[in-house]
Design a protein around this ligand. Sequence first.
Ligand code: PEP
Length: 254
Amino acid sequence: MRKKIVAGNWKMNTLVREGVALASDINTELKNINLPDDVQVIIAPPFTHIAFAEQVIDGNKLYVAGQNCATENEGAYTGEVSAAMLKALGCSSVITGHSERRAYYHETSEILAKKTEQILKNDMMPIFCCGEKLEERKAEKHFDVVKNQISEALFHLGENDFSKIVIAYEPVWAIGTGVTASKEQAQEMHSYIRKITDEKYGKEISENLTILYGGSVKPANAKEIFSMPDVDGGLIGGAALKADSFIDIIKAIL
Ligand code: PEP
């Protein structure tokens, strides 16, 4: 069954006390919601908050993700955090390929392939982000850009590993800008991602692939975007930093 996911990417926001309060508020409000088995709610706090956040949440309703991980498992890599370390803290997934990491930390497809392998090796779910820049969309290169991002970083995986991946389509021009892709633009790209996955891995895997939309999703537009047949939830930035708005977005997928 295709999972639906609402994931909150906190980025480099909140100090630990605020982050723990946010996790706790989301956890409390989630208790009043009857979440179907196919819906998963995830928060991705900064690394420094994860151990504390884990203590205030119910792991069977609310899951914790890392925002990034190292390409290596352990060793002399000052400042890095490995997938194994995140797993040991109780994380069930890790975000990779976010456009901010591609842009500011020069993460290439080769790097993202290694990170994805580390996440899978540690039995976690990679949430792989892809998406075109505005100039690429204007030049009508958006399908090629997304295809290259996905095929370069993921298509070397075997069927079993690929079936554990979640893809988040996040057009760069919509992230943190207040501009959301229209529901038609989101649907068109999601169905394209499903098509190329079908061509590579077949119908069963492509039909079960969870594809999230990310880019200025908020309570006011979530329902419309989530109503599209190939949109299986959202990766939420700014609106995930307030329990109320994050919860309203979760309600929009029910
Ligand atoms: C994101 O950074 O993944 C994101 C979607 O941000 P925002 O919702 O703030 O556009």
